[in-house]
Ligand binder design. Structure first.
Ligand code: BEZ
Length: 228
């Protein structure tokens, strides 16, 4: 029994291929990853429809959905609720809820019905010490090759930071495009980190070859300047 439980709650890790699934959603059936070829995907779970923190999260995500689209990112939500509960909740959000300067928000991204917890279990979105019937606030950042690149895992009581979710996508896309890394608290426009040299020769070369575009604090900590 214990082995079975462990398998159910297993979570895929960073660097692994995201589990495949077919699911019924508020926007029709989706096939993952086939329907998302060439796109980044943010797959996120929330504990339940018609709950306060989740409502503020959905409004915030809905207010940013076009911005994510412009970054080649598709959003997919999930909770252990029926499609009818999702529809009723999304209609209530649009028609009745005003919060933090946001109102009349239509959630256009698909929200998965996962009554049987099939998708939630594949992604380890259930944390049984928190709840065996509701998902935690998990966020899976999945790249265009369907590989998991970042995971966030928040408890039910803590609303997520959507600026941080955007920053993660910006950082991952920047690192992929330029082969760099991003320092603590990086934001677009800040200087980025050059990968540490892997040999004594490269370390010497790195320090001696600083130019107008780069600077080193030591051989292992070199930055590339961003154009201001
Ligand atoms: C909420 O979204 O407010 C919530 C959901 C489940 C448990 C606790 C809080």
């Amino acid at each position: 029994m214990e082995t079975e439980q462990k398998e159910i709650y297993n979570m895929p890790r960073i660097g692994e291929e995201a589990p495949h699934f077919v699911a019924k959603t508020t926007q029709g059936e989706i096939h993952f990853p086939e329907d998302y070829k060439g796109k980044w995907v943010i797959l996120f779970s929330h504990p339940a429809d018609f709950t306060p923190v989740c409502t503020t999260e959905f409004m915030t995500f809905a207010s940013m959905q076009e911005e994510f689209k412009s970054m080649n990112v598709e959003l997919i939500g999930l909770s252990i609720d029926s499609i009818y509960a999702h529809i009723a909740w999304l209609r209530t959000i649009k028609e009745k809820i005003k919060w933090n300067g946001m109102e009349n928000l239509e959630v256009k991204f698909p929200v998965i019905e996962d009554i049987k917890m099939e998708v939630a279990n594949k992604f380890g979105m259930i944390s049984p010490k928190e709840s065996t019937t509701q998902a935690v606030r998990a966020v899976f950042f999945i790249d265009p090759e369907a590989k998991i690149r970042t995971i966030m895992y928040y408890p039910q009581s803590l609303g997520r930071n959507f600026e941080e979710i955007k920053r993660v996508i910006q950082g991952l896309q920047k690192a992929d495009a330029e082969g760099i890394a991003t320092p603590a608290n990086w934001h677009p426009g800040d200087d980025v980190i050059m990968p540490a040299p892997g040999s004594c020769g490269l370390a010497k070369e790195r320090v001696e070859s600083q130019d107008a575009e780069t600077y080193c604090l030591d051989w292992f900590l070199c930055f590339k300047k961003e154009k201001k």
